[in-house]
Design a protein around this ligand. Structure first.
Ligand code: FAD
Length: 465
């Protein structure tokens, strides 16, 4: 029997080999491309397990996909085979708030989970810019995060338990409803950030936390981005932990004002500090931040009420895509976009990015989660100009290498996938990478789960960029 007929026996009509359908699954939000042979939309753990068991028996690659918002080609099937579209498994199964947790299927969209939690006074803190689209499964597989992780931590800090379909098709659980456990290897953490290379997540138990009662936003503007970086380092060394700490460089501010001239934002390179807690504690923290930043800042503005704050955060979420407002003939390409360095090294990273931008004659907008050392660099080019692509690749490479040299990482939250696989050896060294390869070999001896990712293959593919 053909593979498609065997898949049909498992999932009925929720399988397709039509070129038009396969094409839709051949990329994500990155530049990486790879065509699947089959697209399967499972609706239960049992279906996932049967599909993986079948694929394992035939040595066919299986790549899990959430919403396809990944920026590193993680969900792109580099070696063909089956794409498992997990977005149909999208139920919030249980709100166990007495145990401070929820049980969800992997296809639940991040914002939908928080919409469900809000009336109960709780939230799930990791909040990526893509929160209205990306799935919990994708967030766990990439260890995604966002603006609040400076205070609340990344997805890793909120996963208590996973149900996982292993490469053999066997279903295991990696945790329990316990908020803590000291029983053996931490397989939950091993799965987090594994980008679908060690197992397919079919259920997750997530820790949630009470919504803060109050929040405030302090906006400080600076003469240059380097000084802004110094003010952030000073804020942290003064013992202040904001609930968000974002940099919007002067180009980003310009873009935001082009999008919405009514936005209340200072000029220059700006840091947004949000603090949360009670009315009293937020007032005190906001005042302290203003005091610490004032020797560095050109201007410090306290945002007005909740509505004004929300408008500013919404604009911040959209800024990555809005850059073409500066020049409609150019498009933003997501490469070299997710570097991170220890907080103290931020001014040095900002300086180096400025030099790289000049050297390759490419404007670079800088924004992002500076509070945890994560800078998003937006390079934009005229996609019809071959030379601009060449300079773009060279600039992205230089940005990645600068981050590693400064003791940082080529990806703080978007993941490695195929787009950054070539840097794994430089960032980690052969010793650490060989341990990662041994884990992959032990859990997926036939190498069917998302092959070609994370630099785990001896000769990693760059994914047909
Ligand atoms: C405009 C924009 C803004 C963004 N902002 C942020 C941000 O602020 N912070 C951030 O962290 N990211 C951000 N991202 C990147 C992206 O949204 C995240 O990486 C997100 O976690 C991907 O989720 P997804 O559901 O789209 O996963 P996909 O892209 O579909 O997949 C991502 C990875 O997860 C694996 N995977 C998916 N589901 C499963 C599963 N059930 N089991 C095992 N593996 C699975 C895939 O194989 C792949 O390796 C942004 C992206 C865009 C386009």
């Amino acid at each position: 029997m053909d593979l498609i007929d065997q898949l049909r026996e498992i999932v009925g009509e929720r399988v397709s080999a039509a070129p038009s359908v396969r094409y839709c699954y051949s990329t994500d939000a990155s530049q990486v491309k790879g065509m699947p042979d089959y697209v399967v939309r499972p609706m239960s753990t049992e279906e996932v397990s049967k599909v993986v068991t079948l694929a394992s028996s035939l040595g066919v690659p299986v790549t899990a996909r959430g919403a396809g918002t990944g920026l590193a080609g993680g969900a792109v099937p580099l070696r063909g085979g089956i794409v498992l579209d997990m977005s149909g498994m999208n139920r919030i199964l249980e709100m166990d708030l007495a145990n401070l947790q929820v049980i969800v299927e992997p296809g639940v969209v991040q914002a939908k989970l928080n919409d469900g939690l809000k009336p109960h006074g709780f939230f799930f803190p990791p909040d990526p810019g893509s929160s209205n689209i990306c799935t919990i499964g994708g967030l766990i597989a990439n260890n995604g995060s966002g603006m609040r992780c400076v205070k609340y931590g990344t997805t890793r800090n909120y996963v208590l338990d996973l149900e996982v379909v292993c490469a053999s098709g066997r279903v295991i659980r990696t945790g329990s409803r316990m908020l803590k456990s000291a029983a053996g290897y931490d397989l939950t953490r091993l799965m987090i950030g594994s980008e679908g290379t060690l197992g397919i997540i079919t259920k997750a138990g997530l820790r949630v936390v009470p919504l803060p009662k109050a929040r405030r936003l302090v906006m400080a503007s600076f003469e240059d981005a380097e000084t802004a970086g110094m003010a952030v380092a000073k804020t942290f060394s003064s013992g202040i932990v904001p609930s968000a700490c974002e940099i919007l460089d002067r180009t980003t501010i310009q873009v935001l004002k082009l999008c919405d001239p009514n936005l209340v934002l200072p000029e220059g390179d700006v840091i947004l500090f949000e603090v949360d807690g009670t009315e009293g504690s937020t007032a005190e923290l906001a005042q302290k931040i203003a005091e610490v930043c004032s020797p560095f800042a050109a201007e410090i503005v306290m945002a007005g009420g909740e509505k004004e704050m929300e408008e500013i955060w919404e604009a911040r979420r959209l800024v990555g895509a809005a850059i073409s407002r500066l020049d409609p003939t150019k498009s933003r390409i997501y490469v070299g976009e997710d570097v991170g360095v220890p907080i103290k090294k931020i001014p040095a990273l900002i300086r180096e990015i400025g030099e790289i931008s000049e050297k390759f004659d490419l404007p670079a907008m800088k924004y992002g989660h500076i509070g945890d050392g994560n800078l998003h660099v937006a390079l934009f080019i005229d996609v019809m100009e071959k030379d601009e692509w060449t300079r773009l690749a060279a600039a992205a490479d230089a940005i990645h290498r600068a981050a590693i040299r400064l003791g940082g990482t080529v990806s703080s939250e978007h993941g490695i996938g195929a787009a950054r696989a070539e840097y794994m050896k430089t960032q980690w060294g052969e010793g650490t990478l060989s341990v990662m390869r041994a884990i992959k070999q032990a859990l997926d001896p036939k190498g069917i789960l998302n092959p070609g990712k994370l630099g785990l293959d001896e000769s990693p593919s760059s994914g047909g960029r």
